[in-house]
Design a protein around this ligand. Structure first.
Ligand code: IPM
Ligand code: MG
Length: 359
């Protein structure tokens, strides 16, 4: 039976980079004889413009039926005046929460060819390979109550709720411990347990679980220190596990260490390995439609999709190798451009990956 992929290109640079990933999918489909059916839907501002909501019930139902979702990016200044619960980002958040995509895997690895693009010195980042495991369906992103209320004084007050249940902490910690077992055997749990009760509970539970994983070296770090350590000595980290908001922030920070956020894919998985795959970067409205965007994070997200949700390891390996090959050829989009390299457009980069896969 063929597998179903739902494509949700979204806004900004999303459609341009998803188009490149689809070219790549086309080639690997024929090269590896994959039976995959692709459908396409609207999300974010693109959906708002047509349907008045950032995600329709129909598209959500379609997503739930799919084996995997290839997601572009959402948001842009055009929709900034939408009320919070109708912003383009809500489409993404609703998909995450309705599909139970609690485990967000964000690898930050450095392609050796791009060491010069990092904002840190070469020796600090050479060989960098971190996996951030971010909890994605709980924490302050989803906690209730939330809103803006008017106090008796007439002053307005905004509020959100930072909450984690034991079971939510355990299931994400399990993913992180198991990832550490398969990688370098080290796990750093990031919290703010010196100030926030919810993360003190987080630390207690992760510590307790540590005894079941005697082969993993577990450490704990406050989030402020973790941010500092990421830019001071990033190679001390193997796997990091943290809550939704801290993971959002630290993964952007880790991304920059690799030279470009335009290179980093991510996977969001639920308990039955359905997954949504998206670049870590956002919709970059400032460069949308100009052929400047780097499609490699989207293409690498496709590789993750094939690996994790479809089990097509050879196809995933081939895509990752093709990406490395185009970097070897000296091809660079603007975000990773450096002296002596050839600057190419979004579609030229996609075409180059396709050519490598065909050769
Ligand atoms: C991310 C993004 C999203 C998030 C936004 C677009 C809602 O920043 O995936 O990191 O905050 O989770
Ligand atoms: Mg983010």
């Amino acid at each position: 039976m063929s597998k179903q992929i739902l494509c949700l290109p979204g806004d900004g640079i999303g459609p341009e980079i998803v188009a490149e990933a689809l070219k790549v999918l086309d080639v690997v489909k024929s090269r590896f004889g994959l039976a995959i059916e692709i459908s396409e839907g609207l999300v974010g501002g693109a959906s708002l413009d047509v349907h008045g909501v950032p995600l329709t019930d129909e598209t959500l139902a379609e997503a739930k039926k799919s084996d995997a979702i290839l997601f572009g990016s959402v948001g842009g200044p055009k929709w900034d005046d939408q009320p919070m619960m109708n912003r383009p980002e809500r489409g993404l958040l609703k998909l995450r929460s309705e599909m139970g995509l609690f485990a967000n895997l964000r690898p930050a690895m450095l392609f050796p060819q791009l060491a010069e693009a990092s904002s840190l010195k070469h020796e600090r980042v050479a060989g960098l390979d971190i996996l951030i495991v971010r909890e994605l369906t709980g924490g302050i992103y989803f906690g209730e109550p939330r809103g803006v209320r008017t106090l008796e004084s007439g002053e307005r007050e905004g509020y959100n709720t930072y909450v984690y249940r034991e079971s939510e902490i355990k299931r994400i910690a399990k993913v992180a411990f198991e990832a550490a077992q398969k990688r370098g055997g080290r796990l750093t749990s990031v919290d703010k347990s010196n100030v926030l009760e919810v993360t003190a509970l987080w630390r207690e539970i992760v510590s307790d679980m540590g005894s079941d994983y005697s082969d993993v070296e577990l450490s704990h770090m406050y989030v402020d220190n973790a941010a500092m350590q990421l830019v001071r000595e990033p190679k001390q980290f193997d796997v990091m596990v943290t809550g939704n908001m801290f993971g959002d922030i630290l993964s952007d920070c880790a991304a920059m260490l690799t030279g470009s956020i335009g290179m980093l894919p991510s996977a969001s998985l639920n308990e039955v390995n359905q997954g949504m795959y998206e670049p870590v970067h956002g919709s970059a409205p400032d460069i949308a439609g100009q052929g400047k965007a780097n499609p490699l994070a989207q293409i690498l997200s496709l590789a993750m999709l094939l690996r994790y949700s479809l089990g097509e390891i050879a196809a995933a390996d081939a895509i990752e190798k093709a990406v490395s090959d185009v970097l070897d050829q000296g091809l660079r989009t603007g975000d990773i451009a450096s002296e002596g390299c050839t600057q190419v457009s979004t579609s030229e980069m996609g075409d180059a990956v396709v050519a490598c896969l065909k050769s």
